[in-house]
Design a protein around this ligand. Structure first.
Ligand code: AHR
Length: 491
C-alpha cells in the first residue's frame, strides 16, 4: 500500500547558491584507495596516465567531482610530505601505523596527487599535519605547492620537475584533532590552530579547522569563540552513518533493524548541521565561515578475508539511500554547508568506485552522485515536506526527503528519496510561482535493499528512465517505489 507525502515548492522564491563543493570526495592512504586503487604505477598493464588508472579518471570526470581531499583522514597527521617528493627510488618507506600496518613506499606523493587533480579537473584539498608535524613543515608545504617566486621550497619544487605552482586553495589544519589527530582538547587545539594558521602564508588560502565528532557542540563553540574569524574559513564536521559502532554489521545481508538504524544515523545529519549552525550563527551571523562536512558516509564491517584496517566494504541500495538523503540535507543547508567530502572515493567505506585487478565497478552511490550533479552551483529552491512515516517496531522515520534547485540554463531539478524499505510513497508536489511545460526524470532502485553491483554483474543497478511523473495544473504527482531515488527535470 502506498503512503502519501505532500511537498510545496515556490519556484519563484530562489534562495542562495548550492556550492558545487558539497559534492566533494576523499582519498586517503588507506587500504586500496590510493595504491591498487587510483594508483597502479606507470608499469601496470592497466591503462594509466602517470600511474593513475584511466578508467577511474573517466568515471570521476563524469561526476564532475569539484574537489578531492588528501592524504587523510588519520593518515594526514602521520604524513610527512617531504617523504613523498623527489625521485621515487630515493623516497623512504614508512609504516602506515594507522591503517593496516602496511609499508608505505611514498611512491604517490604531492606531485602525483596534484597532477592527478589536474587530470580529474578537480580542486585539491590538502589536509595538513598538525599532530606529529611541525608548524614549519606545514608552512613549507604551502610554500612548496603555492609560491610563484624563488624560495628554498619553490626552488625544490622546480628541481623536482614542477615549474609553476599549483595554487592550492583548500587546506585542512589537522584532522580529528580530538582523536587520531592528537587527542587534543578543543581549548588546546584552538592554540595550536592559531599558530599553524598564522604561518600558513599565501594569497587566497581557505583554511579549515579540524571540527567536531558528531554532536560535540562544545568543540564548535570553543573554536568559534577562540579563533579569530580572519584566521579561518571553515570548521569541519565528521559524521558517519553507522548502525552501531560496537557492532556495525555487514555491508550486504543486513537485517531490517540494521537498515533502519543506519537510516536513523544518516538522517541525524539534519540535526547535527542545524545545531552546529546555530552555534556558528552566534559568532558569525554573516555566515563567513563554512561548515565543512569533510567526512560522511556509511561504515560497516570490513568484507571477509580483508585486512580489517583496509575498511573495504560493498555498496548497496542502503548506501544510495544514505547518499540521496544526505545530499538533500546539504543542499537544503547550503547557506552554511559549503564543502563536503564523501568517505571515501575508491575501495574504502562508502566508495563510488570499487576495483579488483583490471576490473572496476560503479556503485549505487556513484549513480546517486551522478544523478545529483545537476545541483552543483545551482540556485536552491526551498521546499517544505509533509512526509509519510517509515515505521519499524516502535520507532518511525520520515520516509521522504526532497531538495530542489534551478540551474544556470533555467532548468529546475528536484531530487526525491523514499527510504521506506517496505512501502511505495505517493507524492504530490504543489508548485507555485512558475508554470512548467514538461517533466522528465531518472530513477535508481532495485528488487532488494541490499542489491549491489558486482565485478561479474557491474550494471545490475543503474539509473533508468522514470516515467511515472504527471504534471498537471501546477501539481506534480509521483509514485516512488520503496528504497528509491528519483531526480526530475522540469522545463
Ligand atoms: O575515513 C576513515 C577515517 O575515519 C578517517 O581517516 C578519519 O578521519 C575518520 O575517523
Amino acid at each position: 500500500l502506498a503512503q502519501q507525502t505532500t511537498v510545496t515548492l515556490g519556484a519563484d522564491q530562489p534562495a542562495g547558491q548550492i556550492s558545487k563543493h558539497i559534492y566533494g570526495h576523499f582519498a586517503e592512504h588507506l587500504g586500496r584507495c590510493i595504491y591498487d586503487g587510483f594508483y597502479v604505477g606507470e608499469n601496470s598493464k592497466i591503462p594509466n596516465t602517470a600511474g593513475v588508472r584511466n578508467d577511474i579518471v573517466a568515471a570521476l570526470k563524469n561526476l564532475s567531482i569539484p574537489n578531492l581531499r588528501w592524504p587523510g583522514g588519520c593518515f594526514a597527521d602521520r604524513y610527512h610530505w617531504k617523504d613523498g617528493i623527489g625521485p621515487k627510488d630515493q623516497r623512504p618507506s614508512i609504516v602506515n601505523t594507522m591503517w593496516g600496518g602496511v609499508t608505505e613506499d611514498n611512491s604517490f606523493g604531492t606531485h602525483d596527487f596534484l597532477n592527478m587533480c589536474k587530470l580529474l579537473g578537480t580542486e585539491p584539498y590538502l589536509a595538513g599535519n598538525t599532530g606529529s608535524g611541525t608548524v614549519q613543515e606545514l608552512a613549507d608545504w604551502v610554500q612548496y605547492v603555492n609560491f610563484e617566486g624563488r624560495s628554498p621550497m619553490s626552488d625544490l619544487r622546480v628541481k623536482n620537475g614542477q615549474e609553476k605552482p599549483w595554487n592550492v586553495k583548500f587546506w585542512g589544519v589537522g584532522n580529528e584533532a580530538w582523536g587520531c589527530g592528537g587527542s587534543m582538547t578543543p581549548e588546546y587545539y584552538v592554540g595550536e590552530y592559531r599558530k599553524y594558521a598564522t604561518f600558513m602564508e599565501g594569497r587566497n588560502l581557505y583554511k579549515i579547522a579540524s571540527g567536531a565528532n558528531g554532536d560535540d557542540y562544545h568543540w564548535t563553540e570553543t573554536l568559534m569563540k577562540g579563533i579569530p574569524l580572519n584566521l579561518m574559513d571553515g570548521i569541519a564536521l565528521h559524521h558517519y552513518s553507522v548502525p552501531n559502532w560496537d557492532k556495525k554489521g555487514p555491508a550486504t545481508g543486513f537485517t531490517e533493524q540494521q537498515y533502519f538504524d543506519t537510516m536513523k544515523s544518516a538522517l541525524r545529519m539534519e540535526e547535527l548541521i542545524t545545531k552546529h549552525t546555530a552555534i556558528m550563527d552566534k559568532y558569525d551571523p554573516k555566515k563567513k565561515i563554512s561548515l565543512v562536512v569533510d567526512e560522511w558516509g556509511g561504515w560497516y564491517d570490513v568484507e571477509k578475508g580483508i585486512n580489517p584496517g583496509f575498511l573495504y566494504q560493498q555498496n548497496t541500495m542502503r548506501d544510495a539511500m544514505i547518499a540521496g538523503t544526505t545530499l538533500n540535507t546539504f543542499n537544503n543547508h547550503s547557506d552554511r554547508v559549503k564543502i563536503a567530502n564523501l568517505a571515501q572515493c575508491v575501495n574504502v567505506l562508502q566508495a563510488v568506485i570499487l576495483t579488483s585487478g583490471e576490473k572496476m565497478l560503479l556503485s549505487p552511490t556513484y549513480h546517486v552522485m551522478e544523478m545529483y550533479k545537476v545541483h552543483q552551483d545551482a540556485t536552491l529552491i526551498p521546499v517544505s515536506v509533509k512526509t509519510g512515516d517509515y515505521v519499524f517496531g516502535n520507532e518511525k522515520l520520515p520516509s521522504v526527503s526532497v531538495s530542489a534547485s534551478k540551474d544556470a540554463a533555467g532548468l529546475t531539478h528536484i531530487s526525491v528519496v523514499n527510504i521506506n524499505k517496505n512501502k511505495a510513497e505517493e507524492i504530490q508536489i504543489d508548485i507555485t510561482g512558475k508554470t512548467y511545460k514538461s517533466v522528465s526524470g531518472r530513477i535508481l532502485t532495485a528488487a532488494k535493499v541490499d542489491d549491489h553491483n558486482t565485478f561479474e554483474n557491474p550494471e545490475a543497478i543503474k539509473p533508468a528512465v522514470y516515467k511515472t511523473a504527471v504534471l498537471k495544473d501546477g501539481k506534480l504527482n509521483l509514485k516512488l517505489p520503496a528504497f528509491s531515488v528519483v531526480v526530475l527535470e522540469l522545463k
